[in-house]
Every structure is written in structure tokens, then in C-alpha cells.
Design a protein around this ligand. Structure first.
Ligand code: PLP
Length: 397
């Protein structure tokens, strides 16, 4: 458990991304909003699909207050969990049932519950693959465990298996994977997932332990050019899926997602009960009622992903034309660019002088890179190229 002073530190220091976003708002008051190129946050700009607002209208007209706004079961409405199970079974040929799902307040809550449910000792370790979502460290340490980082495979942004193998120990409780990835935009291939599953089975056998995969999947549906996003439970039994509708349905402020505990997980009912227990302990019970009901009607729908793809193409082509070295994103809505000096923090500070707000990847465990969120207005991307060009020239001429 982390101490009160750690909670104070977490609450009083904003994350680097939030800090940058707040800076952008202040800067816009000085130079005008059209002259600030804010690529800091991953806040979806594509509207929620029509069915979301249509369903809300219908629900408010047809349901009484208690049915709509009252507490649901702690683990979520049966109808919602059944609809999710049916949808996944149809899409992936799986055999989930409603009691495999625990509804949560988004992926952040899903992950926190899993870390809390699985951690049994201070020695426990969760491995993450760089570049990784910085909040993992907060969630893992809050559960009383340690975060172990595998350095990035900067060639393809898959997994450096030699580095991962070295870091698996008898204390390893789980490996967190996030694909499509924030911040690299990479999608783990089937080959990567198969290799990972093989390695974890081997290591778990060798140590006589259980090693879980925690598949953090808020970007599952945001993938481009027909790239397949392997459904991890089909490759590895001890997989817990942490899903969220924040990005796929563009509902980040509504806080809705789930943890999936398939029956193939070792002692799955005990793991499920521990997740429900963590829900009680942390107050993550009865996920937002109205949005649970919205999900039933909007199952399988997403915002218009083509709009993100259009932004990806525009930004990738524009920046590579200037001379930047970028990884072409296969999914999510972030472009990962190599910084023009080794110190990516210093590079992002210089970018700020051009009113370009991009996030240094030091906090993502991948120095030498920066993240550019392209869930932004297309016009802002177009207007930003002159600033990107000026920044480039400061280094290359
Ligand atoms: N995991 C990753 C990789 C994310 O990018 C985010 C949000 O940006 C989250 C988890 C948290 O998502 P949620 O808003 O559903 O809590």
C-alpha cells in the first residue's frame, strides 16, 4: 500500500501530459487559440455514434428514474454483461458468459482492480513493455506491487523478447500489454502474441507460478488498413481483458468499461471474486447505470474511425516529408516521432517555443521519442506544419 504522502504527491503534481494541456490553454489566451498546436491529450475528437444520443433520449423518455439512474448490481447489469458476452462470442468465436464480466469505470479502473486482485505480496511484479501508459506505475504501486519495464523494440515496436525473458522471475504476477498501443500506434502481430504466450507458459511451468496477461485494450477497434488485432484470450488462458468504451465510443468522460475474466483462467471464479472484492475495497461498484444501458443498444458500434485514419495519413505524410522519422501508426491515435536530439524532454521544450505541444516519451519509458496525439482538428494539423518545419530547421541547418 502506498502511504499518505505518496497520495499527496500524486494529487499535487499533475501528469506531464496534463501539465502541457494546461499550459496550452494559458498560452492560447496570449497568442490566440489558432496559433497553439496542442497535440497533448488523447481525448477523442470523433463524435460518439448517433446511437448513443438516440438511446439516451429514448431511455430518458421510457424508463422511470430508479430504473435509469438507480444502483445496478455491483458487478453491473446482467443485460449489459450478457450483451457484451454475446457480441464478443459472435465476433471472436469465443464462449463467454455474463458472469465472466465485471463492469467498471473505464480501463483505469479495470487495471486498478486487476492489480489489486492479483497482488499478494510486496515482492510481486508486473511487467510492462515500453513505450507504456505512464499511469500503469501509479496503479501498480498503489496495489503494493512493483512495475518492471522492458525497454522498447524501437525497430517495430513489438516486444524485445530477450529483454522480456530476462525480466521474468518467480515474482512476476503479470505482463501488461497494450495493443493498439498508446503511444507508439503499433499493433502486436499474431506472431508476437503467440511468442509471448509460449514464453509465459514456459516460465510459469518452470517456476510453478501463474503469470497473467493483462490486455489493456481501450483502442481495440481503432486499427487501420485492415490490420488484425489478435484477441488475446484465444492465445493464452490466463488472460484478463481490461476494456473501455472511452475511445471506441468516444465516451471518456462517462467512465464505462469492464474486466473480462474468461473461465479458462486458472481458478477463474476465485480471480473474479477477488476483482469484485477489489471493486468493493476501492469503491468501483455499480458502474454508471445509464451508460450500461446505452451499451446494450450500441454494441459493436464505434465513432468514425476513418476520420482518425485521415489525420494519421495527413500527419505522417506531412512530417516525413519535412524529414522527421516517424513510426507509421497501425492503430490508436498517436504518432511516435524520433526527436531531433537525444534528450526528448529538451526537444519538446524547444517544440513549445514554436507553440507545438507534443509529449516527450521519457515518461512512456522510451526516451528519444515524442508522442503526437492526432485526435485533433484536421485544420490544426495542416496549420501546424509550418511550425514543425521551423523546429526541424533549428536542428538541421
Ligand atoms: N490505458 C491506456 C493505454 C490509455 O491510453 C488510457 C487512456 O488514455 C487508459 C488505459 C485509461 O482509459 P479510461 O479512460 O478508459 O480509464
Amino acid at each position: 500500500m502506498i502511504a499518505a504522502e505518496d497520495m499527496y504527491r500524486l494529487g499535487s503534481q499533475r501528469s506531464a501530459i496534463r501539465e502541457l494541456f494546461e499550459y496550452g490553454k494559458k498560452r492560447a489566451e496570449v497568442v490566440g487559440v489558432e496559433n497553439v498546436y496542442d497535440f497533448s491529450l488523447g481525448n477523442p475528437t470523433v463524435p460518439a455514434p448517433d446511437c448513443v444520443n438516440e438511446t439516451i433520449r429514448e431511455l430518458t423518455q421510457t424508463l422511470d428514474s430508479i430504473s435509469l439512474h438507480g444502483y445496478t448490481s455491483a458487478q453491473g447489469d446482467l443485460a449489459t454483461r450478457q450483451a457484451i458476452a454475446d457480441y464478443l462470442n459472435q465476433t471472436h468465436g469465443t464462449h463467454f458468459t455474463a458472469d465472466d464480466f465485471y463492469m467498471t469505470m473505464g480501463a483505469a479502473a479495470s487495471l486498478s482492480l486487476c492489480f489489486r486482485a492479483l497482488t499478494t505480496s510486496r515482492e510481486d511484479e508486473f511487467i510492462t513493455i515500453a513505450p507504456f501508459f505512464p499511469e500503469y506505475r501509479v496503479f501498480v504501486e498503489a496495489a503494493g506491487a512493483k512495475l518492471v519495464v522492458v525497454p522498447a523494440d524501437t525497430k517495430a515496436f513489438q516486444i524485445d523478447f530477450a529483454a522480456l525473458t530476462e525480466r521474468i522471475t518467480p515474482h512476476t504476477k503479470g505482463v501488461i500489454i497494450n495493443s493498439p498501443n498508446n503511444p507508439s500506434g503499433a499493433v502486436y502481430s499474431e506472431e508476437t502474441i503467440e511468442k509471448l504466450a509460449f514464453l509465459l507458459r514456459k516460465k510459469a511451468n518452470e517456476y510453478g507460478t501463474e503469470i497473467f496477461i493483462l490486455a489493456d485494450e481501450p483502442y481495440r477497434e481503432i486499427a487501420y488498413d485492415g490490420v488484425e488485432v489478435p484477441f488475446v484470450t484465444k492465445y493464452y488462458d490466463n488472460t484478463l481483458v481490461c476494456y473501455s468504451y472511452s475511445k471506441s465510443l468516444s465516451l471518456p468522460g462517462e467512465r464505462i468499461g469492464y474486466v473480462l475474466v474468461p473461465k479458462e483462467v486458472t481458478e477463474s471464479r476465485i480471480v473474479y471474486a477477488a476483482i469484485a472484492g477489489a471493486g468493493r475495497a476501492l469503491g468501483y461498484v455499480c458502474a454508471p447505470s445509464m451508460f450500461q444501458k446505452v451499451l446494450v443498444k450500441c454494441m459493436g458500434q464505434t465513432g468514425d474511425i476513418e476520420l482518425y485514419k485521415k489525420n494519421r495519413d495527413l500527419l505522417y505524410e506531412g512530417l516525413t516529408k519535412i524529414g522527421y522519422e516517424c513510426f507509421k501508426p497501425q492503430g490508436a491515435f498517436y504518432l511516435f516521432v524520433k526527436t531531433l536530439e537525444e534528450d526528448s524532454d529538451a526537444f519538446c521544450e524547444r517544440a513549445k517555443e514554436e507553440d507545438l505541444l507534443i509529449v516527450s516519451a521519457t515518461g512512456f519509458g522510451c526516451p528519444g521519442y515524442a508522442r503526437i496525439s492526432y485526435c485533433v482538428d484536421e485544420d490544426m494539423i495542416k496549420r501546424s506544419f509550418a511550425a514543425f518545419e521551423r523546429l526541424y530547421k533549428r536542428y538541421r541547418t
